[in-house]
Design a protein around this ligand. Structure first.
Ligand SMILES: C[S@@+](CC[C@H](N)C(=O)[O-])C[C@H]1O[C@@H](n2cnc3c(N)ncnc32)[C@H](O)[C@@H]1O
Length: 278
């Protein structure tokens, strides 16, 4: 359970810095692993499970993972083409063209590049589902490092089937002995992040309760900074649903870093919260 040293995908709210801490709490005797809010797959890539189903509601994101599995050379070639234009021509113009094409076609190679180069790494959609984050200020990940990320990730994904879909159907699919890890979008962090309009914490708690009843073990990450007693984002956590409630150390919250652009965040260290049904 060692985390890969590089990420293929840059994703807001990712768990890369705490993935090893999270997986250290997982049982080792589970059957199939489910990750229904996979995003950039920090926990999946660290666990590298033999048999897993990983899903997300955002189709182009899931297609990125399917392409990394099936044809990493093609993913590299697409990145190289965009990287070359971005670093040799006017970066803002190139970024805008790639973003516009992503919004028009949903091309997964475009999403990967935009996620790596957008401002603050914030994948933000407006009400029409259009991604509208401006170009960021940082350099794009150099080609050799991107190639290294792909090489590290491909074998870790070998046992995983990637599926597009809402979390509820995936959790309902898990059976006795299976392990489910949920890292949902945060309700009060703006509904336009990830285009997460269909998410509801209440609906998630219902699915967790049904899964627990079938003998599925479920772990749930919640943003520690939103913690207030046994309520999260003003939603009460059903009593008795989880057996353990742990704090996992986290560095700085990416979303806060974006909102407070440029300010010192020494006081902003927060702990991530991990709830488990076992
Ligand atoms: C906090 S992020 C997960 C981050 C991930 N753990 C990582 O390390 O990158 C939440 C993810 O949930 C997805 N999502 C939002 N609503 C969803 C839904 N109803 N069903 C499934 N996935 C959803 C978003 O697209 C986003 O990728």
């Amino acid at each position: 359970m060692n985390a890969p040293s590089r990420q293929v995908l840059k994703w807001i709210g990712n768990k890369h810095r705490v993935a090893e801490a999270i997986t250290s709490h997982f049982p080792t005797d589970f059957r199939r692993y489910y990750e229904p809010f996979v995003g950039s797959g920090a926990v999946l890539g660290t666990l590298a499970p033999r048999d897993a189903v990983a899903s997300d509601v955002l189709a182009p994101l899931v297609q990125i993972w399917q392409r990394v599995q099936a044809d990493p050379q093609a993913v590299y070639a697409a990145y190289e083409e965009r990287f070359t234009a971005f670093t040799t021509e006017d970066r803002k113009t190139v970024y805008r063209a790639i973003l516009d094409r992503y919004n028009a076609t949903g091309d997964p190679d475009d999403l990967l590049f935009v996620a790596r180069t957008c401002y603050g790494g914030v994948i933000r959609f407006d009400k029409q589902g259009t991604m509208n984050t401006p170009c960021g200020i940082h350099r794009a990940l150099p080609l050799a490092k991107f190639a290294d990320a792909l090489a590290q990730w491909q074998p870790r994904l070998a046992g995983t089937r990637f599926v597009v879909g809402d979390f509820e159907a995936q959790i309902d699919d898990a059976g006795p002995g299976d392990l489910v890890y949920c890292d949902p979008p945060y309700q009060d962090c703006g509904k336009n992040l990830y285009g997460a309009q269909t998410f509801s914490l209440q609906r998630l708690f219902g699915a967790v309760e049904r899964a627990r009843g079938r003998g599925v073990r479920v772990a749930l990450s919640l943003d520690g900074s939103k913690r207030s007693g046994d309520r999260i984002c003003n939603v009460a956590i059903p009593e008795g649903l989880f057996a353990q409630d742990m704090e996992v150390k986290l560095g700085r919250s990416m979303l806060r870093r974006f909102q407070m652009a440029g300010q010192s965040l020494e006081a902003e260290h927060v702990a991530d919260r991990l709830l488990t049904t076992w």
